[in-house]
Design a protein around this ligand. Sequence first.
Ligand code: LHQ
Length: 259
Amino acid sequence: MTILVEKHSGYRQITLNRPDRLNALTAEMGGALLAALGEAERDPGCRVILLTGAGRGFCAGQDLTEVMPTEVGPPDLGLLLDGYNAVIRKLRVLPMPVVCAVNGVAAGAGANLALACDIVLAAKSASFIQAFAKIGLIPDVGGTWALPRLVGAARARALAILAEPLPATRAAEWGLIWQVVDDDRLMPEAQALAARLAAQATIGIALTKRALDAAETNTLDAQLDLERDLQNEAARTPDYAEGVRAFVEKRPPVFTGRR
Ligand code: LHQ
């Protein structure tokens, strides 16, 4: 199985599982990942996703042996990308936080898959490589959108054009990711974070994702209206009532993540 799913209390851990290829992506794997995200979304007990890779790498991007040009001509990458892009779109609109634990090298589409998640932790030994330029391609699966927004235009351009590995520590310093963790602490920390988030007011978090993504293209005027509407939606959840009640009663809240 190229994608492993482990069910934990409140969250699902989804693991890219082709460790001998550094979890390089195949069309089948993209489909399996999309299906796993859809199943998690349909499970009312699942309030957080934790994405990681098996073995020493996170994901080495597209499996290049699947897209070799032949005498007949170049491969049509469009269909393949439509499949991966569906995963990126799903990650952004999933009504729950997605934590990514980058356990090793994240290259090409693998790097940009990680960057599509909501909170990215990386092992100290991990690195991020916009490897595309090395084989004459452009950053895809959202890379050209995410990079400048996360690290600014100058760093985005150099990362994309030079295709040099960016060590995890510098990635965190630059704001590409949230945090770096010692290698042996990565999974315990990522799982603790997923469990912690699963006990939070996750509908509010889902609405926060929506607002932040919409802000990328909205005017301030439109964003203020959207915040008003989403805030009213958040205020109608039982978690809002519980959060306020718990504050007033000076006790920890018990959130359900239900509408
Ligand atoms: C791999 C791969 C790999 C197959 C390691 N494929 N086998 C493109 C086209 C179509 C549509 C969708 O979008 C895209 C976007 C892309 O993702 S393009 C970018 C594709 N990825 C790359 O160019 C990265 C290629 N890999 C590397 O540069 C290195 O493997 C890195 C820097 C990631 C890791 O280096 P090392 O730690 O030295 O490991 P390694 O190179 O020895 O890799 C281990 C094995 O995994 C090795 O196989 P082997 O049989 O020798 O043990 C590699 O051939 C295999 N592998 N990446 N993308």
